[in-house]
Design a protein around this ligand. Structure first.
Ligand SMILES: [Zn+2]
Length: 218
């Protein structure tokens, strides 16, 4: 039923690339040409992670999409483009990794979540898990400490800042392989600390999946 409505909508307003508005594509938010214009960086090596994949470099346009997605203007009709384009980058990163038993976003501390209203990593992870038809749990991992922003800290200070900040609280069987999703990876200190909590709970393999990665990884 929903599929019928979706295909009817596709006929009425055929999907086009969110970036160039021209090239028709079957279902992707970014056409092949626009994706090719955003080269995927070399994945960073992060302690406690089996691998980390990022969909694009955190520069220029991609940086603007992240900012527009994380700090949307207070309008009645929010622009769906930034989230959709970051989703396309996340999908590209995910395609290089082995299929997970569970997808988990890097959580915000409850206080931070209340003030922001949403967890950007959580939204991206939820949509990706839906597209890939893999299980998703936004509350399996919790943030115990409201750590200060990582901005402006060097790699060692970042690691200290997030050490022991996370805990696995999902009941039942521990999944063997988890994808840990974040919007942007910089030094990987946050992903590494979160992955450590997953391993402590018995998760065997942890893969980081990010829409973008910065070049400065300190
Ligand atoms: Zn395009």
């Amino acid at each position: 039923m929903f599929e019928a409505i979706a295909s009817a909508l596709d006929l009425l307003c055929p999907r086009v690339c969110f970036r160039c508005q021209r090239t028709p594509e079957e279902s992707a938010a970014l056409c092949r040409r626009c994706l090719a214009g955003q080269p995927a960086p070399e994945p960073p090596a992060i302690p406690n992670l089996d691998a980390c994949a990022a969909g694009a470099g955190y520069t220029g346009e991609v940086e603007a999409w992240v900012r527009a997605f994380k700090y949307p203007p207070a309008t009645l009709l929010p622009d769906p483009a930034p989230e959709a384009m970051l989703g396309a980058l996340l999908d590209r990163a995910a395609r290089s990794l082995p299929e997970p038993a569970l997808v988990v976003p890097v959580p915000l501390h409850p206080r931070r979540l209340r003030s922001r209203g949403f967890n950007p990593a959580g939204l991206l992870a939820r949509q990706m898990a839906k597209r890939m038809e893999v299980p998703f749990d936004p509350v399996a991992l919790v943030r115990l400490r409201d750590t200060p922003s990582q901005t402006g800290l060097d790699a060692r200070a970042r690691r200290r800042n997030v050490a022991r900040a996370f805990r696995w609280v999902r009941a039942g069987t521990t999944p063997k392989r988890v994808w840990l999703v974040d919007d942007v990876v910089t030094t990987g200190a946050t992903l590494g600390a979160a992955a450590r909590a997953l391993h402590a709970a018995g998760v065997r393999e942890v893969f980081g999946v990010c829409a973008a990665a910065t070049e400065r990884r300190g």
